[in-house]
Ligand binder design. Structure first.
Ligand SMILES: Cc1cc2nc3c(=O)[nH]c(=O)nc-3n(C[C@H](O)[C@H](O)[C@H](O)COP(=O)(O)OP(=O)(O)OC[C@H]3O[C@@H](n4cnc5c(N)ncnc54)[C@H](O)[C@@H]3O)c2cc1C
Length: 418
């Protein structure tokens, strides 16, 4: 066994978490470095996840239970890699950590937020509501510790939350920190971000209030979302019973994301079920698609939707989206491939199935060559440095976990071989 036994995992989504627990449970020390204040990545922001349709915290909590007692896993949130030097068995890495302004004494009691007079846009809910400047990222946050967003603080209002904290957890003068690590191998599990709706000219450029993205729909349907789980439309807070979905919104398009994100058809079908379950009597969902992709066992999920007469599928490319300024309704114009001619459909809300855009490019020290879409081309380009999950390809949670488990083995082998 080589001398160095540590593995650095960059990205604390389901893929990074899986690499960390698998490697740590066979005796390797793991540094799990996550740039946001909590673990769980995009999965934490889902309402339910297919195929089982359970809340994301079923799956995440099982992993948090494995992390909590395992002293070999060092979780570093609000942290990013700044520099990587060296090679397999002996990488020297610098990690920068932003100040959370709340230390480990925090019990999650919420008193700081109650006392806080300032607000910030809630990025967890994709900007659809606000939190206090002293906030818990979300109700199931791991670690269950508040954060203070200094950029949202006004004057010396920080004194109010400091005074409200009985546990001396608020540390307004906390400074950015740099940590030097020596690790034997590195795994990048940096996942994805939603493709920017603002770039989609014919689909409203992100300017039409009742045209939202699929990730926003997850938050609208979630009990911890901005509407407490009631699907209400952004313009006027009305119940939404007539919804359409546009597939491949910016995906499979050379001008945007050239790849198929593989999960968007499943995500829209899932979200059509959210609407049908909330308003079973009189809701309707229409899905506009170019090709429906529900491979393997996911075909049953599609079959279930096709069996519901209130969920319809129309094959064709959307040509135009227009807002009715008076009602806030949205009209979609589509070339109907099977029906022939142009079809115009007016709905209360339109959901764009925007794809998964990788965020590996620019991560210091990461795998050398990326595909033209920005995913890790091959995980053997730089010895000892690997990619896992959506950093490698746009895939679902189950595939991410499988890939992460295999990648943990590669990271271990790099250490053993060195
Ligand atoms: C609308 C929608 C619905 C979906 N629904 C489902 C579903 O129901 N079922 C299903 O199986 N799949 C679903 N998916 C797919 C699922 O979200 C992905 O499979 C999953 O997020 C992959 O996890 P990951 O850890 O690879 O990436 P992520 O979830 O993106 O996690 C990556 C993590 O890395 C962190 N990070 C990024 N860059 C850095 C950096 N430089 N330094 C430190 N940290 C960094 C991020 O903050 C994040 O926490 C859905 C996707 C979409 C778009």
């Amino acid at each position: 066994m080589a001398e160095k036994k540590s593995i650095l995992v960059v990205g604390g989504g389901i893929s990074g978490i899986s690499v960390a627990v698998e490697a740590a449970e066979v005796g390797y020390e793991v540094y799990l470095v996550e740039k946001s204040p909590y673990l769980g990545g995009r999965v934490a922001q889902l309402n339910k996840y297919f195929p089982k349709m359970c809340p994301p915290y079923c799956g995440l909590e099982i992993n948090f239970k494995r992390i909590r007692p395992n002293t070999d896993i060092k979780v570093m949130t609000m942290s990013e890699v700044q520099k990587v030097e060296g090679g397999p068995g002996n990488f020297s890495v610098t990690i920068g950590t932003a100040p959370r302004l709340v230390n480990e004494n925090c019990t999650g009691c919420n008193k700081c937020a109650e006392a806080c007079p300032a607000e910030r846009v809630n990025d967890f809910n994709y900007g659809m509501d606000k939190t206090k400047a002293a906030y818990l990222p979300h109700p199931m946050s791991f670690p269950m510790r508040y954060v203070i967003d200094k950029s949202a603080c006004t004057g010396d209002c920080g004194q109010a939350c400091k005074a409200a904290c009985k546990y001396d957890a608020v540390e307004l003068d906390m400074k950015p920190a740099a940590t030097q690590l020596n690790v034997g191998s590195i795994v990048y599990a940096t996942g994805w971000k939603p493709y920017d709706m603002g770039k989609l000219d014919i689909l409203g450029k992100g300017q039409i209030k009742n045209v939202i993205s699929n990730v926003m729909m997850e938050r609208l349907a979630s009990p911890s979302g901005p509407t407490g789980g009631k699907i209400l439309r952004p313009s006027d807070g009305r119940e939404v019973k007539n919804v359409a979905f546009v597939q491949c919104a910016g995906s499979r398009d050379e001008n945007h994301l050239s790849q198929c994100s593989t999960i968007c058809c499943m995500a829209s079908i899932k979200q059509a079920f959210y609407v049908r379950e909330q308003y079973p009597e009189d809701s309707k969902a229409e899905i506009f698609y170019i090709d429906l992709r529900t491979p393997g066992r996911y075909e049953k999920f599609l079959n279930k939707a096709q069996a519901d007469p209130n969920i319809t599928f129309t094959k064709g490319k959307v040509a135009k989206v227009v807002e009715d300024a008076e009602t806030g309704d949205v009209t979609v114009e589509i070339e109907d491939v099977f029906g022939g001619g142009k079809k115009r459909v007016t709905v209360e809300m339109l959901v764009l199935a925007t794809g998964m855009e990788p965020q590996l490019a620019g991560a210091p020290g990461s795998v050398a060559v990326l595909t033209e879409e920005g995913f890790a081309m091959s995980d053997l380009q730089k010895p000892g440095i690997y990619a896992a999950g959506v950093a490698k390809a746009p895939v679902d949670v189950a595939t991410s976990i499988q890939d992460a488990t295999g990648t943990a083995l590669k990271a271990i082998q790099a250490i053993v071989r060195s």
